[in-house]
Design a binder for this molecule. Structure first.
Ligand code: C2G
Length: 444
């Protein structure tokens, strides 16, 4: 018997895939098809696969061409499969020419011509119309969005709005966009969704006007600066059937999602304490250090630790205390202590004080340790009394990570998920308490 193996995602199975499977099958008399798992696709940067592994397997099965279907779950698995299943021929489309030559050590490698004029990406784009994005702001964060958006299908960044024409024009030229403008209403007419990356104090107005004009909103942190504004915007989004989402990249990256599930699974017992820190030293002249632009460690950085704390312990805290060190009118360091009925939490943030940026989740049976930079969750350990019981987890965090929040945003648009985002409202609530000194702040 001559065994042939081939691999693929086979998203929205099309005649290109079927042609490939037919020709692969014809190379021998037993065809094994490896279908990528959802996690493996995420790991290798294929973020916008629209069907689950179960649906994709069903579609491959329905072709009647596969004698056996397996799931591809990790890098390096091809060698294990070829050796383990005693495969004679590895076949793959010509878009991969050369990439799998390393398998020649184990079997014959055949590259089959790719069928022209059809691809899953194209089908996805036809199925869900391209979302035309406009960017508000042309600063550092806005600049990161465009390269990251290239990893996601279903989005096209069209234009930029800014109040400083020179800067908007330079951004438009640098990223070869379709337009730039200093007129917000005109800007909104040309797009379906906005990504707001302007100074904090302007978020509310830009987001509100975009929602009122029927545009989805992805907004940088902090979403707004008061709880009432957050509640108002979420209610408006719900009413207008639009997605409003705070751009918290950590929240949607594979490692953090797994970390939260594991911490809450009971493996470390009941969670009694969460301690998270995020510090980033900046020079005194930058926007982050300007009080008139709502600068300071809390407004700038607290979103990340507060998100982790609220995700793990919820909203019903009974006490909160801030200890801060101020310089030129902004807090250059703040420690937030939060007491819950059954747990405590602390968040340390600093623009002028440096500390270890790790996250520790302590439970009655063990703890989770996430080393710095925990907000780009890539690696963490579950640790117990007995060192030998330590479990280590690794997940890839690709690029700047904005691609994960963009994928989530597009999914929500596609699935019409307009529900209120509790964590964001709660984070804003805490930031407002601090900013407006609604509770006592101990100064050091
Ligand atoms: N294909 C093709 N013609 C097309 C589109 C795809 O011949 N128009 C082939 C690809 O070359 C590949 C197979 O169909 O051999 C599956 O394609 P995808 O679903 O895009 O999967 P891919 O990302 O190529 O996965 O471990 C996974 C593999 O490395 C390949």
């Amino acid at each position: 018997m001559k065994k042939v193996i081939t691999y693929g995602t086979f998203d929205l199975l099309h005649y290109g895939h079927i042609n490939l499977l037919k020709r692969a099958k014809a190379l021998g008399n037993y065809l094994i098809v490896g279908v990528t798992s959802d996690n493996y696709d995420k790991y290798r940067g294929k973020l916008n696969v629209s069907q689950s592994v179960i649906e994709r397997i069903e579609n491959v099965k329905a072709t009647g061409l596969a004698d056996e279907i397996i799931v591809e779950e990790y890098e390096g698995q091809k060698i294990d499969d070829i050796v383990g299943c005693k495969v004679d021929i590895f076949a793959i489309g010509s878009d991969w020419i050369g990439k799998f030559d390393y398998l020649k050590e184990y079997c014959q490698v055949v590259y089959l011509d790719r069928t022209k004029g059809i691809s899953s990406t194209e089908l996805r784009n036809n199925k869900h119309a391209l979302i035309r994005f406009g960017i508000v702001g042309s600063g550092r964060i806005a600049n990161r969005f465009i390269p990251e958006s290239k990893y996601v299908s279903g989005i096209s960044v069209e234009g930029v709005f800014g109040i400083h024409e020179d800067s908007a024009k330079a951004f438009f030229e640098k990223h070869q966009l379709a337009f730039y403008t200093i007129n917000y209403s005109e800007f909104l007419e040309k797009i379906d969704a906005v990504y707001i990356a302007s100074p904090h104090e302007s978020h509310y107005q830009y987001a509100k006007q975009a929602l009122l004009s029927g545009k989805h909103v992805l907004c940088e942190k902090p979403l707004v600066l008061s709880k009432d504004e957050a509640s108002e915007l979420f209610a408006l989004a719900q009413l207008k059937r639009l997605v409003l989402m705070e751009a918290i990249k950590t929240a949607y990256c594979p490692g953090f999602l797994r970390l939260i599930s594991l911490a809450k699974s009971g493996k470390i017992g009941e969670i009694k304490s969460v301690d998270a820190a995020f510090t980033k030293l900046v020079p005194p002249h930058v926007r982050e250090m300007q009080s008139e632009h709502a600068g300071g460690s809390v407004t700038e950085l607290a979103t990340y630790p507060l998100f982790a704390i609220i995700k793990l312990l919820g909203n019903n805290f009974v006490d909160i205390h801030f200890t801060s060190c101020y310089k030129q009118g902004v807090d250059i360091f703040t420690k937030i202590d939060i007491v819950y009925p059954h747990a405590v939490a602390s968040a340390k943030v600093g623009l002028g004080v440096k500390t270890e940026g790790d996250l520790i989740i302590s439970g009655t049976r063990g703890y989770v340790y996430v080393p710095a930079p925990w907000w780009k969750t890539e690696y963490f350990e579950l640790r117990f009394e007995n060192l030998a019981d330590t479990e280590k987890y690794y997940y890839k965090f690709s690029g700047d990570g904005l691609r994960y929040e963009i994928v989530e945003f597009l999914n929500r648009i596609g699935k019409e998920i307009y529900t209120n985002q509790d964590e964001s409202t709660q984070i804003v609530n805490i930031i407002e308490m601090f900013k407006n000194k609604m509770v006592e702040i101990t100064q050091i």
